[in-house]
Design a protein around this ligand. Structure first.
Ligand code: NAG
Ligand code: NAG
Length: 142
């Protein structure tokens, strides 16, 4: 019972501090003495929209006139993109990314994407990882 009261007080204090600072994250602290190991994955993702062999295709788009945009707001694409070890497609396919993306920005073009990265070679053959996030395409153009 006393534990619950302490928890309740802690929650109230928490709410008070959040209200004053409007901060949604804590201080970042080192994750000490972790038995976990880290592997950095590094590969290239080839998304080809259009042409003879597209790896991404338009599934649906709104029936409003969307101007000259390839992907007006509301367009949905499905993809099956090769992943390679190097920047060239000839550098060896090590897996594929399957999923979809939707054109989700009304004012600034951006996408929300769901990708499942599946590996078909090496130590992680048969494993996959999923990413579901937004992609502000106009922000990071090379
Ligand atoms: C959009 O769909 C509606 C309902 O089917 C139709 O009446 C309208 O003509 C369509 N608009 C365009 C631009 O195709
Ligand atoms: C990946 O795993 C599959 C299924 O176990 C196997 O058939 C294939 O030969 C493996 N590929 C490589 C490059 O190791």
């Amino acid at each position: 019972m006393e534990g619950l009261q302490v928890l309740g007080l802690a929650l109230i204090l928490c709410m008070i501090t959040t209200q004053t600072s409007a901060q949604y994250y804590s201080l970042t602290v080192p994750y000490e003495s972790s038995p976990e190991k880290t592997t950095n994955l590094h590969f290239f993702f080839h998304d080809t929209l259009g042409g003879k062999n597209p790896s991404a295709v338009l599934v649906a788009r709104p029936n409003i006139t969307g101007g000259p945009s390839v992907a007006p707001f509301g367009s949905v694409f499905a993809l099956d993109d090769p992943l390679t070890a190097g920047p060239e497609l000839t550098s060896g396919v090590i897996g594929n990314a399957q999923g979809l993306y939707v054109s989700s920005g009304q004012d600034i073009p951006s996408l929300v994407a769901y990708f499942d990265f599946g590996f078909t070679s090496g130590e992680f053959n048969g494993s996959s990882i999923s990413v579901f996030s937004r992609n502000p395409i106009t922000k990071y153009r090379a």
